[in-house]
Design a protein around this ligand. Structure first.
Ligand SMILES: Cc1cc2nc3c(=O)[nH]c(=O)nc-3n(C[C@H](O)[C@H](O)[C@H](O)COP(=O)(O)OP(=O)(O)OC[C@H]3O[C@@H](n4cnc5c(N)ncnc54)[C@H](O)[C@@H]3O)c2cc1C
Ligand SMILES: *[C@@H]1O[C@H](CO)[C@@H](O)[C@H](O)[C@H]1NC(C)=O
Ligand SMILES: *[C@@H]1O[C@H](CO)[C@@H](O)[C@H](O)[C@H]1NC(C)=O
Ligand SMILES: *[C@@H]1O[C@H](CO)[C@@H](O)[C@H](O)[C@H]1NC(C)=O
Ligand SMILES: *[C@@H]1O[C@H](CO)[C@@H](O)[C@H](O)[C@H]1NC(C)=O
Ligand SMILES: *[C@@H]1O[C@H](CO)[C@@H](O)[C@H](O)[C@H]1NC(C)=O
Length: 531
């Protein structure tokens, strides 16, 4: 064959191939309809195209409601793998930057709406072995509700329970219990995962362990979590919830670090939950965590001798039930004696365990009623190494922040020893690091711009001052930034991606890997399915 003929053949192949691709992609949703799904495939993408951040708009072409069927998820992902379109699992859409979205039309992507639907058999409690099996799209509030029937509960939480199990485990899942029990990802026995090749695999420390560790904190990159086995403990009945104030930052952090260092002590000698927050404005009165202080607990700023600087609030709890109810006052007294807070600033509440865990939902209902919930949330979450937290305070809380915060700012430390280094999650290099969360709402465009600018300023400050922070719930847009984020862990993360989602079809909204339809399309055999 002459060069010329070779050329023509190539051209012809190309034309036919384009035709196949075009026809294939146009046919695409109807092709999906023939998959024999248990759940429902819908073109109504509107509600799946939004998230809590309200900063992005999704561009999915279809939504799958698998109704608790892992087989549905596997079929869809297998087709996507073979045909070359993107798939994103969506938990409860509580991401900030479109992480669960299909961001570009050209990806021809399908969102799997993991929540909503299915029957009530998606949560099964095993009393003897103290674990619960839950569908990956289940909300933590539902898991709690189900386990409480048996007097049991998971141990490690997030502040807010209307988040999906699969969504928080794709990040870490942290709260005031993390210092004691580790993040939620350290309290998982086993997972069922549909990989990016459409295989449904069971995994644990013993079985498919690379997938197991990869998926935990894996930002949805290696598979869709369809079932989770979570460790349980006997559920406490009530909670003593205490807040105390500090005006001296180093005293505040010294006390927080002391409290988390008690993690190996018996339960009677430590608190069950350690968090904290920064108050630089009238946030005490105005923000969504404020109900604590009023009306029965009014805080008088003047009486606290605040000279225009920040106040720091330590938040701790102690769980109890009938058995240890008598000793709890004494246990708390002993612990508080070791702390150095402003003596007149102790605020105490006592409530059922469920009400404590579900506390943010109460605030949500209040904000919703005022139309203050469905607004843009330019949130920023950082892990700050302990050795630089003082510099962070000076530069950010006492510097960049000014006196208008537009929402709560959380700060609490944790110890890396409770984090399994084999997971995909990234933390700073030091043993102890702080979570600092700027959980702010923008009620108008001007505020949104102001807060976005301030977030950039904070990140620039850390960079200039060489404070090696790591973003939690990270948001980056270039692979170089992601490589910097993962640091030493990048090679492993990349290899896991090539192993479990080689066509890069999963969770493209994270913007870590480039989806390459062309690289798949060169393999014509993949299109036999479509035509
Ligand atoms: C009010 C509020 C309070 C919060 N408090 C805390 C807190 O205290 N601690 C904390 O750690 N976080 C907290 N978060 C953040 C929360 O953990 C993240 O938003 C997380 O993404 C879970 O939300 P989601 O279930 O809606 O997941 P989505 O936003 O829907 O998804 C997040 C990512 O995970 C992927 N994903 C979702 N489901 C699956 C699955 N089944 N399998 C594989 N990948 C999946 C998605 O594709 C996406 O990339 C809070 C968020 C809000 C809005
Ligand atoms: C918890 O379960 C009970 C019944 O078991 C149900 O009535 C209630 O609505 C559930 N609550 C939530 C928040 O799901
Ligand atoms: C805070 O406390 C530390 C030690 O407890 C002390 O050295 C420092 O001067 C205090 N800072 C202020 C502003 O009072
Ligand atoms: C962190 O945990 C390890 C292991 O329990 C412990 O040795 C270390 O002292 C802890 N660090 C702090 C600062 O509490
Ligand atoms: C907040 O800061 C602004 C500008 O720095 C200042 O004008 C204002 O007085 C401050 N308000 C309070 C309550 O401190
Ligand atoms: C093409 O796809 C088929 C089926 O998915 C696979 O078996 C084959 O290895 C692929 N070939 C190349 C060169 O990627």
């Amino acid at each position: 064959m002459s060069m010329n003929n070779n050329h023509k053949l190539l051209l012809l192949t190309f034309v036919i191939y384009r035709l196949i691709v075009t026809v294939g992609l146009t046919l695409f949703p109807s092709e999906l309809l023939s998959l024999g799904l248990k759940g429902k495939l819908s073109m109504e993408v509107e509600s799946s195209s939004k998230d809590f951040g309200m900063l992005n708009q999704g561009e999915a072409v279809a939504v799958l409601h698998p109704a608790g069927s892992a087989e549905d998820v596997a079929r869809l992902v297998r087709t996507a793998y073979e045909s070359g379109f993107a798939v994103s699992a969506r938990g409860h859409g509580h991401s900030i930057n479109g992480q669960a979205m299909i961001k570009e039309k050209k990806l021809k992507g399908v969102v799997i709406e993991m929540g909503k639907g299915g029957d009530n058999n998606n949560i099964r409690v095993c009393e003897e072995e103290m674990y619960v099996d839950a569908w990956g799209g289940e909300l933590w509030i539902e898991v709690l509700n189900a386990t409480l029937e048996y007097g049991l509960a998971p141990m490690s939480w997030t502040d807010y329970l209307y988040l999906s199990v699969g969504g928080t485990l794709s990040n870490a899942g942290i709260s005031g219990q993390t210092f004691n029990h580790g993040p939620q990802i350290t309290n998982v026995h086993q997972l069922d995962v549909v990989t990016g090749k459409g295989e449904l695999l069971r995994c644990s420390e013993e079985q498919n362990s690379e997938l197991f560790h990869g998926v935990l904190g894996g930002l949805g990159q290696f598979g869709v979590i369809t079932r989770v086995r979570i460790a349980l403990e006997p559920a406490p009945h009530r909670v003593r919830w205490i807040r105390v104030l500090y005006s001296n930052f180093s005293t505040f952090t010294k006390d927080q670090e002391f409290l988390i260092s008690l993690h190996e002590k018996p339960a009677s000698q430590k608190f069950d939950y350690v968090e904290g927050s920064v108050i630089v404005d009238e946030g005490l009165i105005n923000n969504w965590r404020s109900s604590f202080f009023s009306p029965s607990n009014p805080v008088k700023f003047i009486s606290l001798n605040v000279d225009g600087g920040a106040l720091y609030c330590l938040e701790i709890t102690k769980n109890y039930n009938q058995e240890n109810g008598d000793s709890i006052d004494e246990e708390i007294k002993v612990l508080l004696k070791k702390l150095d807070f402003i003596p007149t600033s102790v605020f105490t509440t006592d409530l059922p365990y469920v009400d404590f865990l579900d506390r943010v939902h109460k605030a949500e209902l209040k904000l919703r009623s005022k139309g203050l919930w469905d607004v843009p949330h330019p949130w920023l979450n950082l892990f700050v190494p302990k050795s630089r937290i003082d510099d962070f305070d000076k530069g950010v809380f006492k510097g960049i922040l000014g006196n208008k915060t537009s929402g709560p700012i959380l700060i609490y430390p944790m110890n890396k020893s409770k984090w399994d280094q084999r997971s995909s999650v990234v933390t700073p290099e030091e043993e102890v690091f702080y979570l600092v969360s700027f959980l702010r709402s923008a009620l108008d465009g001007e505020t949104l711009e102001y807060l976005n600018n301030q977030n950039h300023q904070i990140l620039r400050f850390c960079n200039d001052a060489k404070i090696n922070v790591k973003q939690y719930l990270p948001h980056y847009t270039t692979q170089q930034q992601w490589m910097d984020h993962f640091g030493d862990k990048w090679t492993q993360f990349f290899h896991r991606k090539m192993q479990f989602d080689p066509h890069c079809i999963l969770a493209t909204g994270q913007q870590i890997f480039q989806f390459h339809p062309s690289s798949i399309a060169t393999n014509i055999t993949n299109y036999h399915h479509i035509i």
